[in-house]
Design a protein around this ligand. Sequence first.
Ligand code: AMP
Length: 548
Amino acid sequence: MEFSEFADQASDVEAATADGDIVDLVADLFAAAGDDLPIVARYVQGRVFPGHDETKLDVGPSNCYEAIARAAGQNVDADDVESTVADLGDVGRVAASYDFGSQQGLAAFGGGSDDGLTVAAVHDELETLAAASGTGSTDEKVTILFGLFNRCNPDEARYLARLVLSEMRIGVGAGTVRDAIDEAFDVPADAVGRALQVSNDYGLVAETARDDPAGLGDITLEMGRPVQAMLAQAGTANDALEEWGETACETKYDGARVQIHIDDDVEIYSRNMEDVTDPLPDVVAAVEGSIDVPAILDGEVLAVDDAGDPLPFQAVLRRFRRKHDVERARDEIELQLVVFDCLYADGRELVDASLLDRRERLEEIWDGTLAEFSLADDAEAIADLEAEALAAGHEGIMLKNPESAYTPGRRGKNWLKRKPDVETLDLVVTGAEWGEGRRASFLGTYELSVSTPDGFETVGKVATGITDEELARLSDLVESKILTEDGQTVDVEPSVVFEVGYEEIQESPTYSSGYALRFPRFVSVREDKSPEDADSLERVERLVQKQG
Ligand code: AMP
């Protein structure tokens, strides 16, 4: 494929706004890519190499500006390019604004814009550029880039510059590529999604989908090819219990994520899939002593002090980044590996197995430290587990769906980082407002108060969280207590107590208590409570202090 064809299509994709149009255009590009499909499937996302491949271009903005300036001619230097990029905010636009190919060095590089640069040729050059290392390699990289820019027309230059700096910005992410592969080669979306998850290689999956669709199922985890880690969302114990019933609770360790591939050798990858085996010889040794079957494990490495108590996670990062004096660093900062998941064990891929099955397998094969794990089916038990984890100096707990598969790279709802449930308040209804329109015959907004030694003071009004059926019932209940009416607003005798949720409590002059609930939401009527039992101003003050 000509590089100009890629650039033209990228430009159409950039101009498109509807998601469907973007997928159509990317699918057309894939269908036309021929042998260059694997490269194109990455380039549209601004990736030069596969996600699991550690090869890096190692070209910073200043090298790229230097190459652009050289290609642009004698009147332009890297500072000019830099300041124009600062003005326009887009290196692509700047690169496209120069007339490349009319200066010295032309003869050596083929010369002239639009001279038939192909995608394959660009990629060859970028591979050579990535391979340059050692003394003089920066110059070599800039020279190679200069040669490429020199052969570019404006659109090609636009996308080459963005590609090199990993900022493609044409609105194509992983999901678009997956959908475009489906569309271009008419293969099932699930099969593509799964193959992408286990290989982390868009080029391989695109090519297989086109040439051998049945082969998508054969793409599996491979030793030495890290996949993206499964990720978590924030959620409450109630979210977990409502969604799954019985919930798996694990201690959340404050360290750095690792994926460990165990075959003849042990390889350790960081969360960004960088190979961190060399800086972590002690972790490698711990792995070697704890397992004797091939496996891919997921876990956390934490730093501990002499007493074995966890240290802040910055200490771990120092070890991960260490290139020299690894032995000294090892003596200074002791690391501990805690394993919590297993993607593959002794010939069997486990990503589709349930968390419970994976955990069972892990317990069979792993003799080292395992994450604290238990099942809980009520909020109190979860709170206890959290208290234990915190008391042991850990970050808290993770809540996991016991039946869920391992989904690499997904920030799904099956793993939740526990965030505390907001405590509800029981508040007295001291006023109300008639509704409007369809709700004009109902009291729809309720004024809420806390109790104080001198009576009731207001903290807010609630109108959300009330269903149509509840509205009629609440309205009847409160209407019978009306003392005075003034237009739409009524004062009511303190009698009914509402349980109310909220996101935050703020200091506020709007209400007589001096506080206001943010985003209050009706939860229930506390039939069992009289106004005297309602929450006090003192409790509100305590909650405000707890919020910090
Ligand atoms: P966060 O970085 O706050 O999004 O939390 C997710 C991270 O917690 C993961 O990427 C892991 O590095 C870490 N973590 C610690 N303990 C666990 C555990 N038991 N299960 C999953 N992730 C854990």
